[in-house]
Write a protein that binds this ligand. Structure first.
Ligand code: B12
Ligand code: SF4
Ligand code: SF4
Length: 221
């Protein structure tokens, strides 16, 4: 069974491949004989039906999505020479978004999340695989929808204006959510992200959005 098929069994996709330089590999503590880095992630809520039925999700212990991602990556790598790398290991964190910019047609949106011309803001990375060579060419896609989006509704939807030219004000967002239990974000997920008109068919399900928001708040000191 090929890699894409194996990943598909968990609702995951081979998203793109970046090539590391030997110096980069060394700076991250990787061996220099595997310089091809395949990014693996979800498109829309693709992994949710798998993850939400998993022992990690149902067990109730901390960090279920990270533990699920680790188990799936280890299964995929078993009996191969592939080495998994995780976005949640850190700090310091591996620069997944910089790698993603090299592996796929992406541009940073005003929210910080990478905009994909087809998937919009509705994608993320569960792990990456280091290998000798992955045979996957990134497709040339249309330019980022952000470039022609004049109104930028994403920047106007947050009740506390947590996004501006300085980036994402994490304290303003988390502070508001912690003191306002009736805020719509608790039920619907981040209103700024949902205000983006690109790829509405891939909007995360309410259950997935609630999961991410709770994980974000639970991780706060
Ligand atoms: C720390 C972190 C956070 C912190 C701080 C974010 C910040 N202010 O930068 C917190 C906990 C607040 C956070 C929140 C979220 N995050 Co976050 N986060 C990370 C993490 C683990 C490390 C980022 C980092 O420091 N990298 C190290 C530097 C060296 O790498 P880098 O690639 O150069 O860094 C880039 C980012 O910092 C980015 N950036 C700058 N400002 C912002 C703001 C936001 C909101 C984001 C998402 C990115 C971003 O620009 C840099 C250049 O490309 C990454 C995973 C990773 N390993 O990259 C996920 C990651 C960036 N997060 C991600 C996401 C989706 C989120 C959320 C939107 C929620 C979610 N899980 O769905 C939330 C937003 C909260 C909300 N209100 O909904 C995704 C982004 C996917 C994408 N399509 O781009 C990542 C890649 C995780 C993943 N598994 O895919 N996150
Ligand atoms: S609302 Fe417009 S500017 Fe904001 S993320 Fe979506 S396309 Fe980009
Ligand atoms: S979750 Fe709500 S408060 Fe936080 S940035 Fe998004 S819209 Fe703003």
């Amino acid at each position: 069974m090929n890699l894409s098929h194996k990943l598909g069994e968990h609702g995951l996709y081979l998203r793109g491949v970046a090539r590391l330089t030997p110096a980069e590999a060394e700076s991250h503590g990787f061996a220099t004989d595997k310089l091809s880095l395949a990014l693996v992630g979800n498109i829309g809520s693709s992994y949710w039906p798998h993850f939400s039925q998993s022992e990690e999700f149902r067990g109730g212990a901390a960090h279920p999505l990270d533990r699920w991602s680790r188990r799936v990556a280890q299964m995929i790598c078993a009996d191969t020479s592939l080495q998994p790398v995780y976005p949640f290991e850190g700090p310091p964190y591996y620069p997944f978004q910089q790698w993603a910019l090299r592996a796929e047609t992406l541009l940073q949106s005003p929210l910080g999340i990478m905009m994909h011309p087809e998937y919009g803001l509705w994608h993320s990375y569960r792990f990456a695989l280091l290998g000798d060579e992955f045979d996957l060419q990134s497709r040339a896609l249309a330019e980022s929808p952000c470039l022609s989006c004049e109104v930028k509704p994403c920047l106007q939807a947050c009740p506390v204006m947590a996004f501006d030219t300085n980036g994402y004000d994490v304290e303003a967002c988390a502070g508001y959510l912690q003191r306002t239990s009736e805020a719509d974000c608790h039920d619907q997920g981040c209103l700024a992200r949902y205000a983006c008109p690109v790829a509405p068919e891939l909007n995360y399900t309410a259950a997935q959005s609630q999961f991410h928001l709770s994980a974000f708040l639970n991780a706060r000191p």
